[in-house]
Design a protein around this ligand. Structure first.
Ligand SMILES: Nc1ncnc2c1ncn2[C@@H]1O[C@H](COP(=O)(O)OP(=O)(O)OP(=O)(O)O)[C@@H](O)[C@H]1O
Ligand SMILES: [Mg+2]
Length: 461
């Protein structure tokens, strides 16, 4: 982008000369012959102002002060053109907000270098300011997102109580629960309510790390500890010093790493990989897993001593289907969030949507609900969330039985049951014949009758 320079000088010859030099260097120029005119022309927001000091009427200092007092022109860099060599005058130029000065008679090369530098600098500053405000925005987004733990069901209230109880202590917490139930949210809440909240919460996803990197990731390594360790590196235990370490998917830790983790938990000491001296650390550990850790202990995949060391304060986050009271509130929460994210107005949710949501089994728990609501928001045309067809027909039936665990076969059966029921409704329970359900389903009528018995499908009204 071509930069524009405003030249302010009451000596026309000076203006001409500067215009030529700047134009030759690729700048666009504007000019003003006195202070008043300069303030008017500056409204065009040039990228830089070259400002003569001694002028009739408003002098350079006064012009600069006014430019700096105006929000629109405040950030435009001003370079004084001065015949004065008195350092008092130069200092005064800076005190009214100039970024630089050039003494007359000026040397073209020097002038152009200063102009170029200040324009580039200002562009950098503007870009930085923009990205800082973007970051600020993101931080607020994350914060508002993080704070929200929606739900007033007795089950979730119990979890909240446990969080409040354990947060101010330094005790190790083991959070267990199915995928998407909010384990990470619980971990963050504990950290935020703890005395360590001003210190970092460092997360390690034990399942995402390659086996041979887990230890270096947790404890760091010394230079040359292994091929590729070209530099010393601090591990997460060091980074979390004074704060909280969140070991996500802790059930996936390799057995030999488990032994080392046990040592840190017991002795607050560890060695970097390839290190020769032990380091001390002050870290509060929160572990989470969606596996049944106790069962892992029984089958030898997890050390019993580590299990007991982690399980000082267990918190079990119940699956969504066991706290259905939370569903309407969560739907509203995620509708508002999706509306913000999509820049849409969504001020209602159809009762049918809420009904289906309350009836659905939610095998993916809150994460699934969040994603489904976002999808529904995208698909709903008006300001009311109504994309009920998103719920597979499995949902309604799945809920009737409200199974405690709905996985694998149970899920398949539910889908099958719902599908058959739907077809039967369409054929008004006609099973045989050209338009019968059996034909539509590609089954023998007797086979279909057998399935109906097995799945417990009966004609209702
Ligand atoms: N009670 C809640 N209120 C609002 N949002 C929630 C709640 N619980 C969970 N969430 C949201 O649901 C999503 C999944 O939660 P989170 O990542 O904490 O689950 P998780 O148990 O750690 O899952 P995984 O085992 O798959 O890692 C996140 O976006 C989280 O913010
Ligand atoms: Mg998680």
């Amino acid at each position: 982008m071509v930069a524009t320079v405003l030249i302010v000088d009451d000596e026309p010859l000076n203006v001409d000369l500067l215009e030529q030099e700047l134009a030759a260097a690729g700048y666009r120029t504007l000019s003003a012959a006195n202070g008043e005119e300069a303030l008017t022309v500056a409204k065009a927001l040039p990228d830089l102002v070259l400002l003569d000091v001694m002028m009739e009427g408003l002098d350079g200092y006064a012009v600069c002060e006014r430019l700096k007092a105006n929000d629109a022109t405040r950030t435009i860099p001003v370079i004084f053109l001065t015949a004065l060599t008195d350092s008092f005058e130069k200092v005064r130029a800076f005190s009214v907000g100039a970024v630089d000065y050039v003494t007359k008679p000026f040397e073209t090369g020097e002038l152009l270098a200063r102009v170029g530098t200040h324009i580039a600098l200002r562009r950098e500053i503007e870009a930085h300011r923009k990205s800082r405000s973007t970051i600020q925005y993101l931080v607020e987004e994350i914060r508002s997102d993080r704070d929200a733990m929606v739900g007033e069901s007795p089950a979730l209230r119990h979890v909240r109580e446990q969080i409040a109880q354990v947060a101010p202590t330094d005790s190790t917490v083991l959070i267990q629960g199915e995928t998407g139930t909010g384990k990470e949210l619980v971990a963050r809440a504990i950290h935020e309510l703890s005395l360590r909240r001003e210190r970092p919460l460092i997360k390690v996803n034990c399942a995402a790390l390659p086996r041979d990197l887990v230890e270096s990731e947790l404890f760091g390594h010394e230079k040359g500890a292994f091929t590729g360790a070209t530099q010393q590196r601090r591990g997460r235990f060091e980074l979390a010093d004074g704060g909280t370490l969140f070991l996500d998917e802790a059930g996936e830790l390799p057995l030999d790493t488990q032994a080392k983790l046990l040592r840190v938990l017991q002795e607050r000491e560890f060695d970097r990989v390839g290190g020769t001296r032990s380091l001390r650390t002050d870290v509060r550990v929160i572990a989470a897993t969606n596996r049944d850790l106790h069962a892992r202990v029984e089958d030898g995949g997890f050390r019993a001593d580590l299990y007991y060391r982690l399980n000082v304060f267990p918190i079990v986050v119940p699956p969504l289907r066991e706290r259905r009271d939370d569903i309407p509130g969560l739907v509203r929460h995620f509708v508002a969030k999706a509306a913000r994210k999509l820049g849409r107005t969504l001020d209602g949710i159809s009762p049918a949507f809420v009904e289906r949501a309350c009836a659905y089994a939610w095998p993916g728990n809150i994460r699934e609900l969040e994603n489904l609501v976002e999808r529904a928001a995208i698909m709903s045309r008006g300001a009311v969330l109504d994309a009920v067809d998103l719920f597979s027909s499995a949902s309604a039936t799945a809920s009737e039985k409200t199974p405690a665990v709905m996985a694998g076969d149970a899920m398949l059966e539910a889908v099958e049951r719902a599908h058959i029921q739907q077809v039967l409704e369409r054929t008004r329970w006609v099973i045989e014949g050209e338009r019968g359900a059996a034909r539509i389903l590609g089954l023998n009528p007797s086979t279909l009758r057998g399935r109906l018995r097995k799945l417990g499908i009966r004609k209702t009204s």
